[in-house]
Design a binder for this molecule. Structure first.
Ligand code: PGA
Length: 262
């Protein structure tokens, strides 16, 4: 059974001391769960101090971004090589990076390869805009994003990555409906099965992101094939985020005791 993964993307919020305080509050509320991985993605600046504070049995760290070259004259950038002692995961291709910072498909592909080269697990974000959905292009967009981003990877490497389906129209707006999430998650896994192999499709973890809040968590947890969530604004509120983690843990425990999902 794939382990549930819950990722808090703190975006450009919280300075280092505020981040440390939020981690402290989360540590008080979140227990050690062996069936869930909880990952925090603070700003680049807070990664180092949080890495010394964190209880590694409860949390892992992720970067929100990094550059694809390992080192060199790239003013203002931080490489995955520099992050490899600090983070387990790297968020790559978030729609804010694609749309605000013009990251194109090839750059996302090179970042995925750089993360893998540095033994950091990519959390690759894919998803369509509202216009693309309205035009019926969702599958084509997912296809193009996956095809480019994963093109330098072996099936074994793809099996170890995480793909986050984040429809751009849902982020910070309104959670996608469970059937919309299911269709995308199924498409992503089928794509990986067809292009790589069935083992990679079985192993890859597929998350949903976009306005995930405690109120919608149960509906989303029930979506077949979903392995967790990438959470933005609700991850900045310790009660909401801890509530989501505990709800996911209870759900996972019930599923296991009823013999499902083996
Ligand atoms: P949201 O953000 O939960 O605030 O919608 C999700 C994301 O951007 O990863």
């Amino acid at each position: 059974m794939r382990k549930l993964l819950i990722v808090g993307n703190w975006k450009m919020h919280l300075n280092a001391s505020q981040a440390s305080l939020l981690l402290h509050r989360l540590s008080e509320r979140i227990k050690i769960h062996h069936d869930i991985e909880v990952v925090l993605a603070p700003s680049m600046l807070a990664l180092q101090p949080l890495s010394t504070q964190i209880d590694r049995r409860k949390f892992r760290l992720a970067s929100q971004n990094a550059y694809f070259h390992d080192e060199g004259a790239f003013t203002g950038e931080v490489s995955f090589t520099m992050l490899r002692e600090l983070v387990h995961y790297g968020i790559i291709g978030h729609s804010e990076r694609r749309h605000i910072f013009d990251e194109d498909l090839n750059m996302v592909r090179d970042k995925v390869a750089a993360a893998i080269r540095n033994e950091i697990t990519p959390i690759l974000c894919v998803g369509e805009t509202k216009h693309e959905r309205d035009e019926g292009e969702t599958k084509q967009v997912l296809h193009d994003q996956l095809m480019t981003a994963l093109s330098n990877l072996t099936a074994h490497e793809v099996g170890k990555t995480v793909i986050a389906y984040e429809p751009v129209w849902a982020i910070g707006q309104v959670a996608a409906k469970p059937d919309q999430v299911e269709a995308a998650v199924t498409y992503i896994r089928r794509y990986i099965g067809d292009v790589f192999n069935e083992l990679a499709a079985k192993k890859v973890r597929v998350l949903y992101g976009g306005d995930v809040a405690p109120e919608v968590i149960h509906g989303l947890l029930a979506v077949p094939g979903i392995d967790g969530f990438l959470i933005g604004h609700s991850s900045l509120n310790y009660e909401s985020f801890a509530g989501i983690v505990e709800a996911a843990h209870r759900w996972q425990r019930n599923r296991r005791s009823s013999g499902e999902g083996e």
